[in-house]
Design a protein around this ligand. Structure first.
Ligand code: GSH
Length: 196
């Protein structure tokens, strides 16, 4: 895949989303496919002081951690022609400038049987990123998410929308990390509502 061919619109570009992009891409695309990438696990180990948190109370959003035995399910979006530049410009601000994510090319495997893998662009926040928060228990992460909000909305929305995507579009995938955090966050929310 040559960058020149993509920019000139000769070939399309696939962009893989595994967090907010799966339920809110907010850029124009030609088509999308559910599928997975190999060699990475999705973890709520990245901080967010813009979209879902602030400097005092950073939210938690997902990133990808290298793990040869893991795969991460999400959605790949195909962009072509003018959509390429438009989507990359938009994502550069949303993901890189505001979110601290860097880009990488990976193989994306569509869920449909017999479909060959395609190269896809993915946004990953690495552990050397100043916003990186690292591992914590589901209870700690769930509590942080239940209490945080930022310029785009509540951190809880970010969590619940991703959990709902996985249940509805990837029902065969058991994502213990995601669903244990969802359960912990909902426990905190039900407690806060009960003591109101
Ligand atoms: N790069 C991942 C995660 C993207 C993500 O969650 N990025 C945050 C930036 S910190 C975002 O776009 N948030 C928008 C929102 O929370 O609505 C993906 O492909 O979905």
């Amino acid at each position: 895949m040559k960058l020149q061919d993509i920019i000139s619109g000769k070939t399309s570009l696939w962009i893989f989303g595994y967090g907010s992009l799966v339920w809110k891409p907010d850029f124009k695309y030609k088509r999308s496919k559910v599928g997975f990438i190999q060699g990475y696990k999705r973890r709520f180990w990245h901080g967010d002081n813009f979209h879902r948190g602030n400097d005092e109370l950073p939210g938690r959003v997902v990133t990808l951690i290298e793990d040869d035995d893991a795969s991460t399910w999400g959605v790949a979006f195909e962009v072509s022609g003018s959509q390429v530049e438009e989507s990359l410009k938009y994502l550069n601000v949303r993901e890189t400038v505001c979110g601290g994510y860097a880009t990488k090319m990976v193989d994306f495997f569509p869920e449909e049987a017999g479909q060959p893998p395609v190269q896809a662009l993915v946004y990953i926040a690495t552990s050397d990123n100043p916003l990186y928060l690292g591992p914590a228990s589901p209870e700690e992460i769930g509590t942080q998410i239940a209490l945080c909000r930022g310029k785009t909305g509540h951190n809880l929305e970010y969590l619940l929308q991703l959990a709902e995507f996985m249940r509805s579009s990837c029902p065969h995938v058991e994502d213990h990390h995601l669903f244990s955090i969802e359960a912990a966050a909902l426990t905190v929310v039900s407690y806060l509502l009960a003591v109101q």
